[in-house]
Design a protein around this ligand. Structure first.
Ligand SMILES: [Fe+2]
Ligand SMILES: [Fe+2]
Length: 135
């Protein structure tokens, strides 16, 4: 069977620990999309959203640590993008838990777009710099 990750070239950073975590994040987003498609309960969706948020927060903290340690010059912009992503997720989580949002396929698509856009632009730029530093 073809590895779906094969087509993910634009999202590769070529730093194994970062790519593995991005892959895990994509897997959680896929699970979330499947759960929505199968009309799973709100609790189920919230659990997956929470899992995505916790894992994503740890991942982003690790990236920020790597950037700090290696003197990445664009750290503040990258970290502010992380904060925006975190705020968007907290907002989304609150709206789903308060029953203020119809659970639809748009949720998974929205999160995937935020994640992909960040990885493709910010994370890849960071990775280029880190690789030059010998990582
Ligand atoms: Fe990342
Ligand atoms: Fe990042």
């Amino acid at each position: 069977m073809k590895d779906p990750w094969e087509d993910q070239e634009p999202f590769s950073t070529d730093i194994p620990v970062i790519d593995e975590q991005h892959r895990m994040i994509s897997d959680i987003i896929n699970l979330l999309s499947i759960a929505v498609k199968k009309n799973k309960s709100r609790e189920n969706i919230l659990k997956l959203l929470r899992g995505y948020m916790d894992y994503g927060n740890n991942h982003r903290a690790m990236e920020e640590e790597m950037m700090k340690k290696n003197g990445y010059p664009d750290l503040s912009r990258h970290a502010s993008d992380h904060r925006e992503l975190k705020n968007n997720m907290e907002n989304l989580y609150k709206r789903v838990s308060d029953d203020n949002l119809i659970i639809s396929q748009e949720i998974g698509k929205c999160i995937k777009d935020w994640h992909d856009c960040h990885v493709e632009i910010q994370d890849r730029a960071m990775a280029l710099f880190l690789k030059e530093k010998g990582l």
